[in-house]
Design a protein around this ligand. Structure first.
Ligand code: CDP
Length: 220
């Protein structure tokens, strides 16, 4: 069985950065499952679909013309890795992610990332639904304030406008939508290791996850 390490957690908890550094350290593939929901949201918005049109959006998701290159994500040949990071796309992604048909449509694509020598998968339901047989499951959290500050910095660094109060509000709404939805709600998987990164640097978080991994998989 190809080993999988899952990292789930709420919005802006730092899981994307931690997941990509852990994948690099282990030489594993990386699945940023949030990007798939963001790509679907971008496609739906561009196709002018209503964000509650489950069937039409699921059809889009099933046939996403996406390619993952080294540091680029191509949608129908167009680089969109920056466009999908906008808050408006994140909010739309969180709405369509509540639709069970859309989630089902993305399962196969997510499973296709499982390749030797291993996979690090980050998202909301990696350990609970998509890779329940993962070797190690991590649930990464941070306080709302710490997460809003990180997201603010991330947006400004990318040259997008950002407003701290609006971000805090957005974050809370997104937390509520992610945890309260019926389909694959955000919650720690059984046996998940909890990591609160509010007062931790990225390096400390990465070191902790790698330590758990080496313990669990018996490697050094
Ligand atoms: O950066 P942020 O954590 O806000 O978002 P993301 O991880 O890129 O995911 C965007 C949205 O997709 C989230 O708000 C979730 O609602 C949804 N999502 C999900 O439902 N399941 C996943 N496995 C990953 C993301």
């Amino acid at each position: 069985m190809i080993p999988v390490l899952t990292i789930d957690g709420p919005t802006a908890s730092g899981k994307g950065t931690v997941a990509s550094r852990v994948a690099e350290a282990l030489g594993f593939a990386l699945l940023d499952s949030g990007a798939l929901y963001r790509l679907t949201a971008l496609s739906a918005l561009e196709a002018k679909l209503a964000l509650d049109d489950a069937n039409a959006i699921a059809a889009l998701a099933r046939a996403l013309p996406v390619q993952f290159a080294a540091d680029q994500i191509l949608l129908a040949g167009r680089p969109v890795q920056d466009a999908i990071r906008q808050e408006a796309i994140g909010n739309a992604a969180s709405k369509i992610a509540a639709l069970p048909a859309v989630r089902a449509a993305l399962v196969e694509l997510q499973h296709s990332f499982r390749k030797t020598p291993g996979l690090v998968a980050d998202g909301r339901d990696m350990g609970t639904v998509i890779f329940p047989d993962a070797t190690l499951k991590v649930f990464l959290t941070a306080s709302v304030q710490a997460r809003a500050e990180r997201r603010y910095k991330q947006l400004i660094d990318k040259g997008f406008p950002a407003n701290m109060l609006a971000l805090l509000q957005d974050l809370k709404e997104r937390d509520a939508r992610d945890t309260e939805r019926a389909a694959a709600p955000l919650k720690p998987a059984e046996g998940a290791h909890l990591l609160d990164t509010s007062d931790m640097t990225i390096e400390q978080s990465v070191a902790q996850v790698l330590d758990w991994w080496h313990h669990r998989s018996g490697t050094q």
